[in-house]
Design a protein around this ligand. Structure first.
Ligand SMILES: [Zn+2]
Length: 398
């Protein structure tokens, strides 16, 4: 049976922009959309859904976040914010010198992102689509009372809460960003009807410093939280082995009604903010595994969001496009999965954007040619440590 896949319009979210040098930059969306267009894979107009209305997104934000925090975000969104609000910025994670600095219009820009994730959730839960993708979403580090890690409001948590309240469905949240999905985890830490699974580089070395295997949920939510804290320099095989086993086990035990996934693509070897050494292969395989799980347990229902990823030119456009190709069952995947690498080259003329930041050389294919990558010298040890971690993490699951 063919699945209907919709794309949530991200144009209102492009104002989510801290400043030109900030790694979380809307060029990530622009380049991805351009790659899909040149590949002939950008969705037709009838498959593009608009975000929710501002009012509904506003209500969702106020339910999820503390009022003093939302008031401060609003005050700091002014062109010339009140000095009193500026003084409070640090306490709410929005300090000008921090990693999530306040900027004019940030309330409205983040509200657009929340509105998009609510629309994605509704498209799937109402039955009008099987799959929905909202690439501007995935702000998984935001907490009820503060911003963190480039995230102001938690659109993933808003979408999940919306699904819980309006549809009463049980949600499996799968976070593939290299940073622990801490905000979403804590929002649902005691909720037995939301299972959170996050794979990330261990918090021993990377922001936000959490996501260890002993974090398993609390009270009636105990056991509905699974963390895979991977060793630095983990490569494709070990990453996919741990992810595949954990996802299969979590889905089989929890039997979700719907999967919500977050697709930060900063576990790639080129990413400047982390130390995992994976190739584009994981961004081909993880969406496929998630889709299979949705087909097996959730009648195909799958909502996907974006997330981190800071190699703007070489990684994000390919990784996020591959996600859409999987969601939309693109015939291009045949060539990408085939034995002939020449059949899986990126379209000629991509990228059509001149910028001083553009690297001189861009990968020519959808996947990486890793034949000239130096294997990690501690590969055996890293793989063994990851397996040990996985065994312990799975002990309390099913
Ligand atoms: Zn990240």
């Amino acid at each position: 049976m063919s699945k209907r896949s919709v794309w949530v319009d991200t144009s209102g979210s492009k104002g989510y922009r801290f400043h030109d040098e900030h790694p979380f930059h809307p060029i990530r969306l622009e380049l991805t959309e351009q790659l899909l267009r040149l590949s002939g894979e950008f969705p037709a107009a009838e498959l593009i859904v608009p975000p929710f209305a501002e009012e509904e997104a506003e209500q969702a934000i106020c339910k999820l976040h503390r009022h003093d925090y939302v008031d401060t975000v609003l005050a700091l969104s002014e062109e010339h914010p009140d000095p009193e609000a500026v003084r409070k910025a640090d306490a709410f994670g929005l300090g000008a010198d921090g990693d999530t600095p306040f900027f004019p219009g940030m309330h409205a820009a983040t509200r657009s992102i929340v509105a998009g994730s609510l629309a994605a959730a509704d498209a799937v839960m109402s039955g009008s689509a099987d799959h929905a993708l909202h690439l501007a979403g995935g702000l998984h580090h935001a907490f009820p009372d503060r911003a963190a890690g480039f995230c102001i409001y938690n659109d993933a948590a808003a979408a999940i809460s919306h699904i819980r309240e309006k549809y009463g469905a049980r949600v499996l949240y799968v976070d593939t960003d290299v940073h622990h999905g801490d905000g979403v985890q804590w929002f649902f830490y005691t909720d037995p009807d939301v299972f959170t699974l996050s794979i990330h580089e261990t918090g021993k070395f990377l922001f936000p410093g959490s996501g260890f295997h002993h974090e398993r949920g609390d009270s009636s939510g105990y056991g509905a939280c699974l963390n895979l804290s991977m060793e630095p320099y983990t490569e494709d095989e070990s990453w996919l082995e741990c992810f595949g086993e954990a996802l299969a086990r979590a889905a089989a035990v929890f039997r979700p009604d719907v999967i919500v996934s977050q697709h930060g693509c900063d576990a790639h070897a080129f990413d400047p903010l982390a130390h995992i050494h994976c190739s584009m292969k994981i961004y081909r395989e993880m969406p496929r595994m998630i889709r299979e799980c949705a087909d097996t347990y959730s009648q195909g229902r799958w909502i996907a969001l974006g997330g981190g990823g800071y190699d703007h030119w070489r990684v994000i456009p390919r990784a996020w496009s591959l996600l859409w190709l999987e969601m939309s069952s693109s015939p291009l995947l045949k060539a990408i999965d085939g034995d002939s690498p020449n059949a899986a080259l990126l379209p000629l003329g991509w990228p059509q954007l001149e910028s001083p930041d553009r690297p001189d050389e861009l990968p020519p294919g959808w996947l990486d040619d890793t034949s000239d990558w130096t294997p990690m010298p501690r590969r055996t040890e890293i793989t063994a440590k990851n397996r040990e971690m996985l065994a312990i993490a799975l002990q309390h699951i099913g």
